[in-house]
Write a protein that binds this ligand. Structure first.
Ligand SMILES: [Zn+2]
Length: 319
């Protein structure tokens, strides 16, 4: 009965979005400024709907209610709600400079979990940059002064990025994706963002977006300025694999399949795969499922062998 679940994307429009997900994945997008595609989500702002098999049209919540531990595994059962939010982000223009709270602060002030996130860069224009923490030696006082002078760009740590880079963002890290970058993002199931600076922009009605400077200053860690992680791949005959992110909320592996990749669930966690490049076929319990570029799917946690065939790059996300 259990089978791999494929989901309909949930699209989000913002002032900084664009058409790059169409370019990368040949998708029809609902908005001119499509900013995010929520690939697997179980949040009040977006809930994944299954698009294949007998559960077609049902939500991820209904699937979890039916299959429980067989779908989400021992580790998944420990959470009240589905613990992850997985998306693509098209930073066609600069995102706001922002920070996320940790669990303790977010549960107390927002009634939801905090946000630890990781980005995998799918494409980046030449000289693309992100904001990744504050410059060395910047104190909270100096930062505050520069906010008042509308001059915080002086305080921020700008870092160049390229395709394939992995950027881990713990709570408290000031960050922003800047113009010309598309990423896959794996994060805790939270939508709490404190905006510090929005490039003096206004929305289509001429209003600036809301800032949350006080809360941001509460949660900012001035000792965090990141370095980009360079994974080491283990090479096998038909694929290569590297762990690119490991924290208490999630694990992410990058898998480059040249021909065939075999794997097995163990009952501990579901596996979510994002096909970030290329295409292939999934073989599971005698059935085959086609995997076009961009597709995201979930393999149930219950012990089972499966394989993925083709020439494709995958991100594998698990608890
Ligand atoms: Zn963020």
């Amino acid at each position: 009965m259990l089978y791999p679940l494929f989901f309909q994307p949930v699209y989000k429009e913002t002032i900084w979005g664009g058409q790059n997900l169409k370019k990368l994945f040949h998708r029809e997008l609902p908005y001119q400024k499509t900013a995010e595609s929520w690939e697997v989500c179980c949040h009040k702002n977006g809930i994944s709907i299954i698009e294949n098999g007998i559960l077609r049209g049902k939500s991820i919540i209904e699937a979890i209610n039916v299959y429980k531990i067989d779908l989400i595994g021992n580790k998944g059962l420990k959470f009240d709600t589905f613990p992850l939010l997985i998306k693509y982000i098209d930073a066609n223009d600069n995102l706001s400079v922002q920070v996320h709270p940790d669990d303790e602060y977010a549960l107390k002030n927002e009634g939801e979990f905090g946000k630890t996130e990781v980005w995998y860069v799918l494409s980046a224009k030449e000289n693309a940059k992100i904001i990744y923490g504050v410059k060395n030696g910047i104190t909270k006082d100096e930062f505050k002064k520069n906010i008042l002078k509308n001059n915080i760009e002086e305080c921020l740590n700008f870092v160049s990025v390229k395709k394939g880079d992995v950027i881990f963002i713990p709570p408290g890290t000031v960050h922003a994706l800047l113009e010309g970058i598309v990423v896959a993002e794996i994060q805790q199931n939270s939508d709490t963002t404190y905006r510090i600076y929005d490039w003096n922009r206004v929305d289509k009605d001429g209003n600036p977006r809301k800032l949350h400077v006080d809360k941001a200053l509460d949660v900012m860690d001035f000792n965090l300025n990141g370095t980009i992680y360079n994974p080491t791949f283990s090479k096998f005959k038909t694929y290569s694999i590297a762990n690119i992110s490991k924290c208490k909320y999630f694990n992410v592996d990058e898998i480059i399949v040249h021909d065939k990749y075999q794997d097995e669930t163990t009952g501990e966690s579901f596996y979510i795969f994002m096909c970030i490049e290329g295409s292939g076929l999934l073989h599971y319990k005698g059935d085959s499922y086609s995997i076009p570029a961009g597709k995201t799917f979930m393999i149930p946690a219950k012990k089972e062998k499966f394989s993925i065939e083709g020439e494709l790059n995958l991100l594998k996300v698990y608890l």
